[in-house]
Ligand binder design. Structure first.
Ligand code: AMP
Length: 581
């Protein structure tokens, strides 16, 4: 498809003055210290994200403003003001500190669907000084075990149905002291667990928020790499400065906005921009419990008159697939500003937004480790479809060669960012050496390849490693390979990302079988189901190819690069380290 190379600002109608009015000027004058003064600190060193997101507004007119409007898949609606969330998170903080003996720095994990209790639980944990660890509810037992065992979480908040799904791994978590069950009208299955509803009913409304220091750990999100199990990227309370500033200036949130972030709280977008960014700005958010459905989504936007919408490229491509006529059946006039993150946003999707909604999607780039948006398109700037935009003021990204020399515009290299910034991760939990290895010569190495143009617009090129980005979910090939080889029929496995029109990449596995097993469609389905059940549907190979043996280095490492080159019909490159038959 032919598309314009530039969309000149201002694009679409702007019913409000953008918060970031002059990019160059703000970039020059920007200081994180200055921004941090807009937040309600306890003193110059102490701040708590739970307080900033919710309680800080109680002294203002926002006290009785709606903070969260939740709609269930069945159409049930629950609404919470900032005062309600303050009171309920206080209760949960009391439950944690009085009934569950949670102390500063203890890990509290969440394995829940997108229900209001996850928001209350997370806010309460932060207020009590704990570290939150949200897990995607589609995870299988193995994925949950890896993360909870590594973090040595003390408390898990879940539902009876989700607990049942992971029951087999619970005995393997010696540090897990107690499970809190969100009942929502359902029976408790185990009397040893704590009922959320019963504990909340006993707890007091008042709680004195823990005066965490700005460098105290607050948030853990697990992220996948090329090798090894997922690593817990740890963020501190100071990160909220980044959430606040970017939500204000990139998502352009204004007092009257109705904001919808489609990300699940299990991922970093779901906490940074599904909780802390918008709420630290005192914004009303709407949350839909369910997953993707074009019709449901348009209905949701129409019903709640969503003004700012933050979503992801795969969802946009699925909406495109659902057709251009469908949005015309809804009144989507309320939409004012659209943003996207998580994977490359193809130029066609940017233009499609402009033609269907009268405004394009504004792409932005960041990752679990950066904690907040680093590169973005802004309302006052021209959009170059296909570009992630320009650096956020206060952030200095660079394109570097392998010797850490900055490369000129137009040349591809490693995307790096100059540390520090407030929301930068502070460690990988228990893996300090690995954390340190991400910093060299005064740069943080993001693991992405990119380039920039003369005007400072950045373009994503690819991952520098083997990590697969499928529908915005990072999948570590090692994680999938380790599960595959646990299947009784599988001898060896190699996993790659295969290009896909909608999800950008899907997981493809090359598998060699043990003696006595023959390739068949049934076996293929069985292996797929095995991974889906143990890890998650995103990680389950969409395709399985049976091969006699996998290409390996002489040291026995599977050469995914070769599998990928073969799959894509590309030159095989340097094969000098390849094992000889
Ligand atoms: P995660 O840590 O799961 O949030 O994934 C971060 C990774 O997703 C980045 O390192 C990129 O590889 C990819 N990513 C995020 N945003 C974008 C974007 N706007 N364009 C291209 N890739 C992106």
């Amino acid at each position: 498809m032919e598309y314009p190379k530039i969309l000149k600002a201002p694009i679409g109608k702007h019913s409000v003055k953008p918060n970031l009015e002059n990019y160059e000027k703000i970039r020059q004058e920007f200081s994180w210290d200055q921004v941090s003064k807009e937040l309600d600190w306890f003193d110059s060193d102490h701040i708590n994200i739970g307080h900033i997101a919710i309680d800080a507004h109680l002294k203002t007119e926002r006290r009785d403003k709606k903070a969260l409007i939740w709609e269930s898949t069945k159409g049930q609606i629950e609404e919470f003001t900032f005062a309600d969330l303050a009171r309920l998170s206080n209760r949960f903080a009391n439950v944690l500190s009085q009934e569950l003996n949670i102390k500063k720095g203890d890990r509290v994990f969440f394995f829940l669907d997108r229900v209001p209790e996850i928001f209350i639980g997370i806010l309460g944990t932060l207020k009590a000084g704990g570290i939150i660890g949200p897990l995607f509810s589609a995870f299988g037992p193995e994925a949950v075990k890896d993360r909870m065992a590594d973090s040595r979480a003390k408390v898990l908040m879940t539902s009876s149905a989700l607990k049942k799904k992971i029951a087999e791994i619970l005995p393997e978590l010696p540090d897990l002291e107690r499970i809190v069950i969100v009942q929502r009208g359902k029976e408790m299955s185990d009397p040893e667990d704590l009922s959320y509803e019963e504990a909340m009913a006993r707890a007091s409304d008042s709680f004195e928020t823990f005066r965490t220091s700005k460098e105290d750990y607050a948030i853990m999100h697990y992220t996948s790499g090329t090798t090894g199990k997922p690593k817990g990227a740890v963020h501190v309370h100071n990160a909220v400065i980044g959430h606040y500033a970017t939500a204000k200036n990139v998502l352009d949130l204004h007092e009257e906005d109705i904001y919808w972030c489609t990300a699940d709280p299990g991922w970093v977008t779901g906490t940074s921009y599904g909780m802390f960014g918008p709420w630290s700005n005192g914004i009303t958010q709407v949350v839909y419990e369910g997953g993707f459905s074009a019709k449901r989504w348009y209905t949701f936007i129409e019903r709640w008159k969503v003004t700012v919408w933050y979503t992801a490229p795969t969802a946009i491509r699925m909406l495109m697939k659902a057709g251009d006529e469908l949005p015309g059946q809804f009144n989507l006039e309320s939409l004012r500003y659209l943003c996207s993150v998580g994977e490359p946003l193809n130029p066609e999707a940017v233009i499609w937004g402009a033609s269907v909604f009268g405004k394009p999607f504004h792409d932005n780039w960041w990752q679990t480790e950066t904690g907040a948006i680093m590169i973005a398109n802004y309302p006052i700037q021209d959009i170059k479809p296909g570009s992630m935009g320009r650096p956020f003021p206060g952030i200095t990204p660079g394109i570097l060669d392998d010797d850490f020399n900055e490369l000129p515009p137009g040349i591809e290299g490693n995307l790096c960012v100059k540390p520090p910034w407030p929301s930068m991760f502070r460690t990988y939990w228990g893996k300090e050496e690995m954390y340190q290895s991400r910093f060299k010569n005064g740069w943080y190495i993001t693991g992405d390849k990119a380039k920039k143009d003369k005007e400072g617009y950045f373009y994503f090129v690819s991952r520098a490693d083997d990590v697969i980005n499928t529908a915005g979910h990072l999948v570590g090939p090692f994680e999938v390979e380790s599960i595959l080889i646990e299947h009784p029929a599988v001898a060896e496995a190699g996993v790659i990302g295969k290009p896909d029109q909608i999800a950008m990449e899907v997981v493809k596995a090359f598998v060699s079988l043990k003696e006595g097993y023959e390739p068949s469609e049934d076996l293929q389905h069985d292996i797929q189901k095995f991974v889906m059940k143990r890890l998650s549907s995103a990680a389950a190979p969409r395709e399985i190819e049976f091969i006699d043996s996998l290409p390996k280095t002489r040291s026995g490492k599977i050469m995914r690069r070769l599998l990928k080159a073969k799959e894509l019909g590309l030159p095989l490159g340097d094969t000098s380290t390849l094992e000889e038959d």
